[in-house]
Design a protein around this ligand. Structure first.
Ligand code: ATR
Length: 267
């Protein structure tokens, strides 16, 4: 029987996940369908209960349902716990539902693919919301020399930093020092705005990454980093594909995908 997967969110019509996972299924010769599910406000549990009762095997979860999915899961991976949010649910053989978060590991896959200096480097994470929380554990695991979180609301940066030994927190007005890698985890690119980082911070960096992406155009953060002469600059398309690969491989344990081939096809 054809296995059922889906992406849950609201809105959901724009999601690229069905295209991405259909391509993965073809590549790995897996018999599955992957749909979009619009979750009405306040109805995540009812929607997920019905999906799994009807034979659903797993789903991705996007805005604004990642916290609902966290509460819904019977068990959580250490990455889901660290992120405080779930982007992947999987029905297990005993009927229970596992919650994982592949966003941060998807980012790290893309950072490593693009030869980002992680081990021993000084990393600046811009933003302290859900996106920043989701990437922190996998980044810290890469053994950077230092990690600094800068955020408009200092208290949120401090709360997040306190979860990991040695991670520093600051606000923009006190941001100082040299960073090799800048990762934009704010939502500013959505509004075409920039976080308040001085040009000298960009100029000292060798690598910049925006978790956001825009089809066929640079985000304002990517453009700013390029304008300041940062040598390696990427947007979050690779992270989107990376997190999808990790979800797919969690669901379909014998399926293995080639990251570069997937990116080449999907870009
Ligand atoms: P997400 O889940 O996408 O991370 P979020 O939890 O709302 O969304 O967090 C958004 C992040 O973008 C936060 O770090 C937010 O800063 P505050 O915590 O101070 O609100 C940051 N952000 C949003 N708009 C911003 C702006 N105009 N300038 C600087 N930071 C901004």
């Amino acid at each position: 029987m054809t296995d059922r997967y889906a992406v849950f969110g609201n809105p959901i019509a724009h999601s690229l996940s069905p295209q991405i996972h259909s391509y993965f299924a073809t590549q790995t010769k897996q018999d599955l369908v992957y749909d979009r599910v619009l979750v009405p406000e306040g109805e995540f549990k009812a929607t997920a209960d019905k999906f799994f009762a009807d034979g659903g095997c797993g789903c991705n979860v996007t805005v604004p349902c990642k916290l609902d999915a966290y509460s819904y899961a019977d068990t959580l991976t250490e990455y889901a716990k660290a992120a405080g949010a779930v982007n992947t649910l999987k029905k297990l053989p005993d009927g229970s539902v596992l919650g994982d978060n592949t966003d941060g590991r998807g980012l790290v896959l893309d950072l490593l693919r693009t030869n980002c200096p992680l081990k021993g480097s000084r990393i600046l994470i811009v933003g302290a919301g859900g996106a920043a929380r989701g990437i922190l554990k996998p980044i810290v695991e890469q053994l950077p020399q230092s990690v600094t979180i800068v955020n408009r609301t200092l208290a949120k940066a401090k709360d997040l930093a306190s979860l990991y030994e040695g991670v520093e927190a600051t606000d923009y007005s006190n941001l100082d020092g040299y960073f090799d890698v800048i990762i934009n985890a704010t939502s500013t690119s959505l509004e075409g705005k920039l976080p308040a980082i001085s040009d000298s911070i960009y100029k000292n960096a060798s690598y910049a990454y925006d978790l956001m992406y825009r089809k066929n155009e640079n985000t304002v953060f990517v453009q700013k980093a390029l304008d300041c002469g940062v040598k390696q600059v990427y947007d979050g398309f690779g992270m989107l594909v990376g997190q999808a690969i990790l979800s797919f491989e969690l669901w379909r344990e014998n399926a293995h995908l080639n990251f570069n081939e997937c990116l080449e096809y999907l870009k």
